[in-house]
Design a protein around this ligand. Structure first.
Ligand code: ZN
Length: 257
């Protein structure tokens, strides 16, 4: 088990943001990277993003499938999306190489690495409820069998902590705390607790900060650290306009919403 990992999620076909995050990760001296899914959808460069992830080779320790990847392969998941997201998925499906589609189809829905479990949206199987607050996290801890569960999906970096260490136990509401994460300030993970960690989104942040977001999980030092990286938002927007993707998708990148 590699002890220091970069955690990326929700790249959403945004190549300038992924490039900036991968360059910054070079400085984090990690043993590997994990990706929590939704590498495609919304943005204009799904092909380039999958290519860059594949170029990481064995350094990409795990990539779980997100709901946008599900929508490429499942009519049911596609039907659950809003019309704007559907347009982007249809566009992404056309621009991905067959080998990229095959790779995404092979990515598992969940993965585990030692004390860490990885899932795109919610650790309870077949549930995609957004983990935006302690109430939602409380129920989700029922699906957290290990010490740490990494999730994406909300595009908002957030950490949930419970004092109930037993695997799969649902804590009482007063036993769950939601913590906002501040860039470059390591959050200490205590023994005898369970955590749900969300690194935010590389390619479409929604917490009011347009910078690309990712996390560094250090299992030796027992810390989780949020990172934010500036990238060329205008270049990502131009590529989306040229691709004919819906304007609101490009506009939201500038405000991180
Ligand atoms: Zn997403």
């Amino acid at each position: 088990m590699q002890a220091r990992l970069a955690v990326i999620s929700d790249v959403h076909g945004n190549a300038p943001a992924l490039d900036a995050a991968l360059s910054a990760i070079e400085e984090d001296h990690v043993a590997g990277l994990v990706c929590l899914g939704d590498s495609v959808g919304y943005g204009a460069s799904p092909h380039r993003c999958v290519e860059r992830l594949l170029e990481l080779g064995a350094r990409l320790v795990a990539h779980v499938r997100g709901n946008h990847e599900e929508a490429l392969f499942s009519a049911e998941s596609f039907a659950e999306m809003n019309p704007t997201a559907r347009k982007a998925i249809l566009w992404s499906a056309r621009s991905l190489a067959p080998s990229h589609r095959a790779w995404l189809a092979r990515c598992p829905g969940v993965a585990s690495l030692g004390p860490v479990q990885l899932v795109h949206d919610n650790p309870i199987p077949a549930t995609s409820t957004y983990l935006r607050d302690a109430t939602a996290a409380c129920q989700a801890f029922r699906g957290v069998a290990s010490e740490i569960c990494l999730v994406g999906h909300t595009h908002v970096p957030l950490l949930f902590e419970t004092t109930r260490p037993e695997p799969d136990a649902e804590p009482h509401p007063e036993e769950v705390i939601a913590h906002l994460l501040h860039p470059d300030e390591p959050f200490a993970l205590e023994q005898g607790r369970r955590y749900i960690l969300n690194p935010g989104s590389v390619g479409q942040p929604r917490d009011g900060d347009p910078r690309a977001s990712y996390g560094v999980l250090d299992l030796d030092r027992r810390t989780f650290t949020l990172r934010r990286v500036e990238y060329d938002v205008a270049a990502a927007q131009r590529a989306m306009q040229e691709a004919g993707l819906p304007d609101p998708l490009a506009e939201r990148l500038a405000i991180g919403a």
